[in-house]
Design a protein around this ligand. Structure first.
Ligand code: PEP
Ligand code: MN
Length: 346
């Protein structure tokens, strides 16, 4: 339910509505707007009687919200959410009017490898560093990541280059560790519906990048985001990374239609991972260009200078030279779309 306050309502009337909602055992969310202040209600498991709210002073209307996600939806928050990571001159904002490039190796393999690639992607225009310390691998015999050692390496790379970092937390214990070292907590496709992990991430005060599950609908993705938002963390970045499909020509089927749809339904930033989305180095650049054109707020791409030696996902990693060319083309499209695109070479 969304309670619309009358124009010129008083603070006491607004407080009265909030305390009525609390007295019913639910949570009020005051939504300021240029035109009409509204109060959203969460916590109710079935529809509410609008007459209860219409009887309160200062209330203009009570509108039922039928969607199963509320805090993630535009009904509760029409304005796009902006999420800033990093500090000072290295601060980067995900949101309207901007385009961010996240790049780095799929996995942190060693200090030398991560620092080397971090320096290169920064020099070529990335403004956020990616790298997995905990890797969700299909086979238990594949490289599983360096764990805490990997997180410390990422921190070192961040301290040296200034690039804020995104890295994945696979489980509760990993979440606590990742939280200490990262700027963005990544929840991967395989964990998109790990509801207890989502709720734990919702109690933290760092942005969460929520990757879409490989067979999740857009509504399921937004409900997963709702688990995080409902615990009090308003900073969720949605990441489209391709769906499991019948066609073996690409690793996944990158669903770029999901970008404008998710942006219509939700105020949260939406970004695209064309590396995991295609699994093919030669298709990462074209799909990155399509991502910016379709309205993504950022891309996240795998970059490796020695992909043949990579311990994870070498075939989808761009070479630094290819990444450089891609950033140049992205800058052209960003200029045409009047998007600000931070980073070297600007
Ligand atoms: C990743 O980004 O490293 C990753 C494992 O991606 P996904 O969860 O989309 O498979
Ligand atoms: Mn990978």
């Amino acid at each position: 339910m969304l309670i619309l306050m009358k124009h010129g309502h008083t603070k006491e009337q607004l407080d009265g509505v909030a305390s009525k909602i609390r007295s019913l055992g639910f949570t009020p969310h005051v939504i300021p707007s240029e035109h009409n202040v509204a109060v959203g209600i969460t916590g109710n498991q079935k529809g509410l009687d609008k007459e209860v709210f219409l009887a309160l002073d200062g209330v203009a209307d009570a509108i039922p919200v039928s969607k199963s996600y509320k805090l993630a939806g535009r009904d509760f928050r029409p304005k796009d959410t902006e999420i800033t990571v990093g500090k000072g001159k290295n601060a980067v904002t995900f949101g309207p009017g901007r385009f961010v490039v996240i790049a780095g190796p799929c996995a942190v393999e060693s200090e030398e490898q991560t620092l080397r690639i971090a320096r290169q992607v920064k020099a070529l225009g990335a403004t956020v560093l990616r790298g997995g310390a905990y890797k969700p691998r299909t086979s238990p015999y594949s490289f599983q990541g360096l764990g805490v050692e990997g997180l410390k390496i990422l921190k070192k790379a961040c301290d040296e280059t200034g690039l804020p970092v995104t890295t994945e937390a696979l489980d509760h214990k990993g979440l606590e560790q990742v939280y200490q070292y990262t700027d963005i907590i990544q929840i991967g496709a395989r964990n998109m519906q790990n509801f207890s992990l989502l709720a734990e991430a919702g109690k933290l005060d760092k942005p969460v990048m929520l990757k879409r599950g490989m067979s999740a609908t857009i509504d399921e993705w937004l409900q997963a985001a709702e688990y995080i938002l409902d615990q009090g963390n308003p900073h969720v970045i949605l990441c489209e990374r391709g769906l499991r499909s019948f066609d073996p020509h690409s690793r996944n089927m990158l669903d770029l239609t999901a970008v404008p749809i998710a942006k219509d339904l939700s105020h949260l930033p939406v970004i695209v991972d064309p590396s995991h989305g295609t699994g093919r180095r030669d298709k990462v650049a074209p799909l990155s260009l399509a991502s910016i054109a379709v309205g993504a707020n950022a891309i996240m791409v795998d970059v490796h200078d020695r992909p043949k030696e990579a311990l994870c996902d070498g075939p989808q990693a761009l070479l630094p030279k290819e990444f450089e060319e891609l950033v140049g083309k992205l800058r052209g499209i960003a200029a045409a779309l009047k998007l600000e695109m931070p980073g070297a070479g600007k």
